[in-house]
Design a protein around this ligand. Structure first.
Ligand code: FMN
Length: 206
């Protein structure tokens, strides 16, 4: 059982990393494997809408971390995405990566458990939390929640250590994620994945 963790912060050992470490502590204690990628300091461009991924089905035309992470996404049971808040939103590189990852990857994402963390000095965490959760809820991925909207507060590196409630909530979310991943594994064994349907696209242009 494995979790793919994507940290959208450019700062090594920043507050987002610190919050993720609380979750990682839980995964280690529970014997859950994980792959951690910090992508916030990488030059990741946005989707060009070229259609290569859909017409060819060979991943994204741009050969960068997106295609590497697509393989990891196919193998994982859970996906934990964390971002610092920039102007009330997630880090731009992270959104560029997630748009392309979710648009181009062909793997079956159903019932992989998602969870999101947002870290800010002061504001914009709930908007960022909503923004990140949207990738899960368009992909038939159940969302593991915490006891509060998953945020953490701090500005300079390490300040989040003073946010005891934020750290605690990260641990709770990670435990809920583990529970859901295990329960879904059992459910898949017993019942299989739910029946699905071919998409009937109805665009709002006539
Ligand atoms: C470009 C930029 C924009 C930011 N915008 C916000 C913001 O909208 N709201 C906020 O509370 N903090 C904002 N911050 C502060 C960061 O969210 C905060 O320092 C956070 O701890 C950074 O996480 P990190 O240490 O993992 O990089 C901003 C920081 C930067 C660099």
């Amino acid at each position: 059982m494995k979790v793919l963790i994507i940290n959208g912060s450019p700062r090594a050992d920043g507050n987002t990393d610190r919050l993720l470490k609380e979750a990682i502590g839980v995964f280690e204690k529970e014997g859950i494997g994980y792959d951690l990628y910090q992508i916030g300091n990488k030059a990741i461009r946005g989707c060009m809408a070229c259609g290569f991924c859909h017409s060819r089905g060979e991943g994204c035309v741009l050969s960068d971390d997106v295609n590497v992470l697509a393989k990891k996404l196919a193998e994982c049971d859970g996906l934990l995405i964390a971002s610092p808040v920039y102007y009330g939103s997630a880090n731009g590189s992270l959104i560029a990566l997630l748009d392309r990852l979710f648009y181009s990857s062909r793997c079956d994402k159903r019932m992989k458990v998602g969870a999101a963390f947002a870290v800010a000095r002061r504001a914009g965490t709930t908007a960022t939390f909503d923004e990140l959760n949207k990738y899960f809820t368009i992909s038939q991925m159940p969302v593991a929640s915490g006891r509060y909207w998953n945020n953490g507060f701090g500005r300079e590196r390490g300040q989040i250590d003073e946010d005891a409630e934020g750290l605690q909530n990260a641990r709770i979310t990670a435990r809920n994620m583990v529970f859901l991943m295990r329960s879904i594994a059992l459910g898949k064994e017993k019942y299989g994945l739910p029946e699905t349907e071919e998409i009937t696209p109805t665009h709002f242009i006539r």
